[in-house]
Structures are given as structure tokens and as C-alpha cells.
Design a protein around this ligand. Structure first.
Ligand code: GDP
Ligand code: MG
Length: 601
């Protein structure tokens, strides 16, 4: 095979800068798909993805393109997830490529994910081709954006291609430029096999379908594959390339990209980032960079109806088949009954899972406030020990705690200069430590802050948007665990600890948060037949107290002995209203209460 006519590339961009639209144009221009077959955003095949405009899972498509000199090229377009929560998956998809088109919206300019994706691509040594998109927009300012790109990556502004993925203008030139600049894959077809798994999907008939890029060697249908991280072996029953569907081939060699099917029943066996080799001629070293993805954000998910517990388990099981990064564990809470502690890569990941549980599985669920994982140093019987805490309920006894460590992130925030003040104020309020500030163009500034992850999983993004009239964007990467003066704020309802409502906060803001949280809970928990105190405490010290007044009248009281149908109707209404309630002790607590902390400023 002639490697010199293969190009493996991807498109990286901030969300909404036109990645999917450009991918559609490429499929069209290369005749991979006819216009008739073309639906909007063909590559995003999940409804949810399409609605949110987010490509959650990466895919790969092979296209053919004839360059101006008459030479035909094989192009493998590898789609990468655009969001920070999926950084590791992005990095593996990038690793499968030699080059990246860095697409920037001519009106929006450089945004946070432009930069974070650029860094990831540079880390993988990719050839970067900056391209300015949406030049058909009346508000486009391509020359300014080109200048900002020159300042960022050193590419002369006048050389940067300007296109419209919508009208197709400049798209052919872009393909030719890409072929010219992106190096062909290199690799030894005769060496032992090394193929990188950059994605996988689960097919209920065929098991895990693995997407892989071959770096060295050759794989033939029927060979026994071995996954290097876990030594699991499967036969390569079927393999092929992806156009708009699967297309079988008999052999893969260095430079190829495609799918492999091998009756892999457990998706944990074939993980993104792992290297496939063959059993008969195993490679010595895997492709570097394999990591076990670790959930960063945790939340409790409980069925509103206790009976739905097994159904919820089944739904999580199904979701996990396609999403190895989703973790869950059954737990029981004195207050909420039986449910699951679920680990997510980040907040967006969490939202996606919750939404799918409700939409695709039609489950009514209660989710508790998301939290990060803490490392807590305790002294137990005179012995120092570190415990990992992924829910406030498990926080060791106040008096035993020596120190608490929490994850910190480095955040890049890009904002129009008018809003710098607001953004800085927000970051300071979230315990951010200022890093640096840099002008990207005459009106845009990049701020760097180090922030506790816990402070950004709490609605940071929404606040950033309102602080900047929607213009600022942000992205983050994990730094390390750092010691912080954190305490558990326990909420008591009717004098009993309501653990799922408890939260871990910085000591300096504990009183204020306690007061506001108690007040918010007083407002959202319905009145009972008797007076119910709501309190917040640190250790044994009460720091806030509110009272839910007693209900004035029983809604059905006036119906006793009266009109039966009216009583039934009222009861039904009450039941309806109860749907998203969860009984804690004798008190019905609405979903809103479990998320009350999120609306405390
Ligand atoms: P993605 O999030 O990067 O995949 O972005 P999409 O491809 O979904 O595009 C986001 C929005 O920008 C959609 O409404 C597209 O129709 C629009 N869009 C993409 N490219 C262009 C372009 O060249 N010109 C104009 N006017 N709109 C575009
Ligand atoms: Mg998209």
C-alpha cells in the first residue's frame, strides 16, 4: 500500500464554529454522500447531540479526493468530541491523525475551546491548518480574526484560508491545502501490529465495535487480536472502513483507519487509548498515552418511585455499554432510599446522562447536588490515614479531620475586554487564583485562573455567561489536589440530619451558604401539618435556622363526606404534584430542594 496518498485528519473548533457543517460539505464534495442522502449534520447521529450541537462520540469517515495534479488521495476524517469533559477521548482521536484543521468562526473569533483544542493538537505534534469559517456572515471580521490567529500560532495572517462551510466557498482549496501540508502516515507494515483504539460503540448484535488507527503492522480478518492493557484476546471477525456505513475489508495495514468487530461483549475490555496487537506476533510496547478515565464529578441518582430501582439499574447498564467513562454504584441513603452514586467526567456529561435517563428510559429521577472527590486526612485511633470522599455524607467526623484536599483546575477564560472586571469578580468569588492575562486581539482577552473544580461544577458557566452577556467562553484542565479549609455543612430538617442536602464548602463562606441554603429550603419544601425547623450546622454547631410554618388547612378536609369525585380529583392533583418529591422521614421534599445549593450565590 502507498502510504503517501493517505491523509488522516480532523477538524477542531470551539462549539458552533461550524465543524459539523464543514464535515457535511466535505462528504458532499468528495462524493462520499450524495446531496440527496445529505441530512443536516450527518455525523451527529444521536438526537441529543443534534439538539445540543455537540458531537459526543467521535466517528471516522473515509473519503476519496482527487488533487489538482490528478493524484487520488484517501482521506480519513476523524471526528472529535468538542467539549472539555471528553478531553481524553479528544486526545486519542487527535493521536490517530497527522493533521488538524483549526476552524474559527469569523464573527466570534478565537474562543476558549479553540485554544484548548489547539493545545491538545500541538501536544500530539499535529500539523495545524488554521481556517476561518463563516465569511458569508455580514458581521464576519475575517482579517481581524486572521491577525489574532497569527499572533497565537505564528501563521502569517494573509496565508490563512477563509471559507464558508455553509456556501462551500473555499472548501476545495482547503482540501488541497490540507493534502499539501498534512504529512502522510508513516509506519512499518511488516512490524508487529500496533493499532490505537480511538473510539468504540456498542452494538447489541455484534458487541463492541472498535474504531482504530493502525500505526504499524498488518491485521488480517481472522487474526487473534490482543488488547495490550489487559491482555484480553478476541478474533478479528470483521473489519472494514467507514463511509456512510460499514464497508468490509480483509486487511488493515499501517496508516489505515477503520472499525473492527470481534464479539467483544464487555466494553471495558476494549478501551479508548488502548493498543491492539496480534497474539501471534505481539508488539513490545503499546502506543503511549493510555489512561484509565476517572470520573471527576459525582451525584446521587434516585428513582422517585422506589419500585423503579431495578429499572434505573437496567438503564444505567445500557448507557454504560456505550460510555465506558460512566461509573455507578448502588447506594442507599437513609433519606432517599435505594439509588446510585454515579460518576461523570464533568458537568455536561452529567446533564447528558440525566436527560437520557428521563427521555430514553422514561424514568422519574431525583439527582443530588454534584460534588467532586475529596482526599481527607484523618487521625483514627492515633493513626494518620487518608480517605477518599465522593459524597458529603461520607465526610469523616468533624473532630477527626486533619486536612482536606480538593482538585484544582487551570481555567482559560476568553472574554471581550468590556467584561474583564465582571469575570475577575466572578473568579475571585469562586476562590480563583489569578494566573495571567493576554490580549488576543484589540477587543478580546484571555485570562488564566486556577480554581477549585468544586467551584466550577456549581453553575460557573452560567454565571460566566451572564457576567459577559453571553460572550465569554471557558475551558479547563485538571491540575492537582490542593489543601483547602473545607467543612461539611450539614442540613437538618425537623432536627434530623438530611444528608443528601448536606454539602462541603469553604469555611469562610460556610455561614453565609448555610443561611441562604436554609432560607431557600424553607421556601421550596411544602408546609406540613406542623412547624418544621430547617437548620444548617458545622460539626455540632448550628449556624443557621429557618422555620417552615405549619400548613393552614388540609386540602381534602372540606371534602370529607362531601362530593366524592371532587375529593378524588384533589388527591390526583396532589399525586401529580408529588411526582418529583421524595419522602424524607415524614416530609415530602421536592427535587428543587436537592439542587437548592446550586442557586445559592
Ligand atoms: P459545530 O458545533 O462546530 O459542529 O457547528 P455546526 O456545524 O453545528 O454549526 C453551528 C451553526 O453555524 C449552525 O447553525 C450552522 O448552520 C452555522 N454555520 C456553520 N458554518 C457556517 C458558515 O460558513 N456560514 C454561516 N452563515 N453559518 C454557518
Ligand atoms: Mg457539531
Amino acid at each position: 500500500p502507498d502510504l503517501s496518498t493517505i491523509r488522516n485528519f480532523c477538524i477542531i473548533a470551539h462549539i458552533d464554529h461550524g465543524k459539523s457543517t464543514l464535515a457535511d460539505r466535505l462528504l458532499e464534495r468528495t462524493g462520499t454522500i450524495t446531496e440527496r442522502e445529505m441530512k443536516e449534520q450527518t455525523l451527529d447521529d444521536m438526537d441529543l447531540e443534534r439538539e445540543r450541537g455537540i458531537t459526543i462520540k467521535s466517528h471516522a469517515v473515509r473519503m476519496a479526493h482527487t488533487a489538482p495534479d490528478g493524484q487520488e488521495y484517501t482521506l480519513n476524517l476523524i471526528d472529535t468530541p468538542g467539549h472539555v469533559d471528553f478531553t481524553y477521548e479528544v486526545s486519542r482521536a487527535l493521536k490517530a491523525c497527522e493533521g488538524a484543521i483549526l476552524l474559527v468562526d469569523a464573527a466570534q473569533g478565537i474562543e476558549a475551546q479553540t485554544i484548548s483544542n489547539l493545545w491538545l493538537a500541538l501536544e500530539q505534534d499535529l500539523e495545524i491548518i488554521p481556517v476561518i469559517n463563516k465569511i458569508d456572515l455580514p458581521v464576519a471580521r475575517p482579517d481581524e480574526v486572521a491577525q489574532a490567529l497569527e499572533d497565537l500560532i505564528g501563521e502569517p495572517a494573509e496565508d490563512i484560508l477563509q471559507i464558508s462551510a455553509k456556501t462551500g466557498e473555499g472548501v476545495d482549496e482547503m482540501l488541497d491545502l490540507m493534502i499539501d501540508r498534512v504529512p502522510p502516515p508513516s509506519g512499518d507494515p511488516d512490524a508487529p501490529l500496533r493499532a490505537l483504539i480511538f473510539d468504540s460503540i456498542y452494538d447489541s448484535y455484534r458487541g463492541s465495535v472498535v474504531y482504530a488507527r493502525v500505526f504499524d503492522g498488518t491485521l488480517e480478518a481472522g487474526d487473534t487480536m490482543e488488547f495490550m492493557s489487559n491482555k484480553k484476546q478476541y478474533d478479528a471477525e470483521e473489519m472494514g472502513i467507514l463511509r456512510m456505513g460499514r464497508q468490509k475489508v480483509d486487511t488493515f495495514t499501517a496508516g489505515d483507519v477503520g472499525y473492527i468487530i470481534g464479539s467483544i461483549k464487555d466494553i471495558q475490555d476494549a478501551r479508548v487509548g488502548d493498543t491492539i496487537t496480534t497474539a501471534h506476533d505481539p508488539a513490545e510496547e503499546p502506543i503511549p498515552g493510555f489512561e484509565e478515565v476517572k470520573p471527576m464529578v459525582f451525584s446521587g441518582i434516585y428513582p422517585t418511585e422506589t419500585d423503579d430501582f431495578e429499572e434505573l439499574r437496567g438503564a444505567l447498564e445500557k448507557l454504560q455499554l456505550n460510555d465506558a467513562s460512566l461509573t455507578y454504584q448502588a447506594e442507599s441513603s437513609s433519606a432517599l432510599g435505594y439509588g446510585f452514586r454515579v460518576g461523570f467526567l464533568g458537568l455536561l456529561h452529567m446533564e447528558i446522562i440525566q436527560e437520557r435517563l428521563e427521555r430514553e428510559f422514561d424514568l422519574d429521577i431525583i439527582t443530588t447536588v454534584p460534588n467532586v472527590e475529596y482526599e481527607v486526612e484523618v487521625e483514627e485511633k492515633g493513626e494518620p490515614k487518608t480517605v477518599t470522599v465522593d459524597k458529603p455524607e461520607d465526610m469523616p467526623h468533624y473532630g477527626d479531620i486533619e486536612a482536606v484536599h480538593e482538585p484544582y483546575v487551570k481555567a482559560d477564560i476568553i472574554t471581550p475586554s468590556d467584561y474583564i472586571g465582571n469575570v475577575i469578580e466572578l473568579c475571585e468569588k469562586r476562590r480563583g487564583e489569578y494566573g495571567s492575562q493576554r490580549w488576543l486581539d484589540g477587543q478580546t482577552v484571555k485570562l488564566e485562573y486556577e480554581l477549585p473544580l468544586a467551584e466550577i461544577v456549581f453553575d460557573f458557566y452560567d454565571n460566566l455567561k451572564s457576567a459577559s452577556r453571553g460572550y465569554a467562553s471557558f475551558d479547563y484542565e485538571l491540575l492537582e489536589y490542593r489543601e483547602s479549609d473545607l467543612v461539611k455543612l450539614t442540613i437538618l430538617i425537623d432536627e434530623k440530619p438530611a444528608e443528601p442536602l448536606s454539602t462541603i464548602v469553604h469555611r469562610d463562606s460556610a455561614h453565609e451558604v448555610g443561611r441562604k441554603l436554609a432560607k431557600k429550603l424553607k421556601d421550596v419544601i411544602p408546609r406540613q401539618l406542623y412547624e418544621v425547623p430547617v437548620q444548617a450546622s458545622i460539626g455540632s454547631r448550628i449556624v443557621a435556622r429557618e422555620t417552615i410554618k405549619a400548613q393552614r388547612k388540609d386540602v381534602t378536609a372540606k371534602c370529607y363526606g362531601g362530593d366524592v369525585s371532587r375529593k378524588k380529583k384533589l388527591l390526583e392533583e396532589q399525586k401529580e404534584g408529588k411526582k418529583r418529591m421524595k419522602q424524607m422521614g415524614e416530609i415530602d421534599v421536592p427535587q428543587e430542594a436537592f439542587l437548592a445549593i446550586l442557586s445559592v450565590d
